[in-house]
Ligand binder design. Structure first.
Ligand code: ADP
Length: 303
């Protein structure tokens, strides 16, 4: 059979071929272009994360990366920023703790050194009274170091938490009984309120350390004729433990700082007690709160 228009067929085939070739090239080009755009889009945040990591390695803890989108890279950037923020806070705390410790130790060490110099120079006689004063200063140094040790133990306590189901009534009663004599001696009433079936999941050693600290503070703050109470209140879903007192109260201007390391209102203490309380409460997944009216009393709450 002879094709009527062989030329036309040839032209058709060659045009089709050319069309296919051009389409193929165009599609290939578009694919390459798209892959460049996407890989740029992917690598830009990765490069940002790499340079931010390097900045943190160099010690610039304020570094953050821009978070865009809620895909995996966005989530990674968000997690990175959270980690950087925590590192920044930890670093600030570490610096503050170091300078706090140096500051706390400087005073007793200078006092001891001054007195010893006076004795060496013959300006102060090394009699019993002078030696006793030196002994007291050394005692203060020792208690500062013990306080710091307690604090670092409390800070690491989340690693050693052993929670059990605690029946609160016998538990709180035994703590209150330990304080009985100290309250009697000071003429302060101690009251315990706790339902027989109140229970909580907590680490007994750490929880008793928290309550003992709060009760010692309450007793210190309360004068003769005052009242301190230890109470467990059952809310709908959880138990709240309260240590309240009718003592001196805390000024509103001091209240935001009382949980900070070495912050103290009254003389004598180290200002570490409440920091330790907060660390121990949080290590058990709890939270500590306070309400106080200056001149009327305070209530510390543990949830
Ligand atoms: P410290 O170990 O020196 O007692 P804390 O960290 O326990 O220090 O407490 C910080 C400050 O908060 C203390 O100086 C104290 O004056 C004040 N404070 C703590 N508890 C009470 C309270 N129940 N009533 C009044 N003041 C309190």
């Amino acid at each position: 059979v002879k094709f009527p228009h062989p030329r036309k067929e040839e032209i058709f085939v060659s045009r089709s071929n050319r069309f296919l070739l051009i389409s193929l090239l165009a599609l290939g080009g578009i694919a390459v272009l798209l892959s460049i755009i996407f890989s740029r889009k992917m690598t830009r945040p990765i490069k940002a994360l790499i340079s931010a990591s390097a900045a943190i390695e160099e010690g610039d803890f304020r570094t953050r990366v821009a978070v865009s989108g809620d895909d995996e890279l966005g989530t990674l950037a968000y997690a990175f920023n959270r980690m950087a923020q925590k590192l920044e806070v930890q670093e600030a705390l570490r610096k503050k703790l170091t300078s706090n410790i140096a500051h706390e130790l400087r005073t007793p060490i200078s006092a001891v050194r001054g007195e010893l110099e006076g004795m060496i120079d013959g300006l102060i006689s090394a009699d019993k009274e002078a030696l006793q004063s030196l002994y007291a200063e050394i005692g203060r140094l020792k208690s500062i170091l013990e306080g710091i040790e307690d604090l670092s133990q409390a800070e690491a306590s989340s690693l050693t938490i052993r929670k059990v189901d605690l029946k609160l009534h016998p538990f709180l009663k035994s703590i209150a009984e330990r304080f009985g004599k100290a309250f009697m001696d000071k003429g302060v009433t101690l009251e315990l309120f706790c339902d027989d079936d109140a229970a909580a999941s907590a680490d007994p050693d750490k929880l008793s350390q928290v309550i003992i600290n709060l009760m010692s503070n309450a007793l210190k703050a309360t004068g003769k004729g005052g009242r301190v109470w230890l109470r467990a209140v059952k809310d709908k879903t959880q138990v709240r433990i309260e240590v309240g007192d009718t003592g001196c109260g805390i000024k509103a201007s001091d209240l935001p700082f009382i949980f900070e390391r070495f912050y103290r209102v009254s003389k004598g203490g180290l200002g570490l007690g409440l920091t330790i309380v907060k660390e121990l409460a949080e290590a058990q997944g709890g939270k500590i709160g306070v309400k106080s009216i200056y001149g009327e009393g305070s209530v510390f709450t543990l949830i």
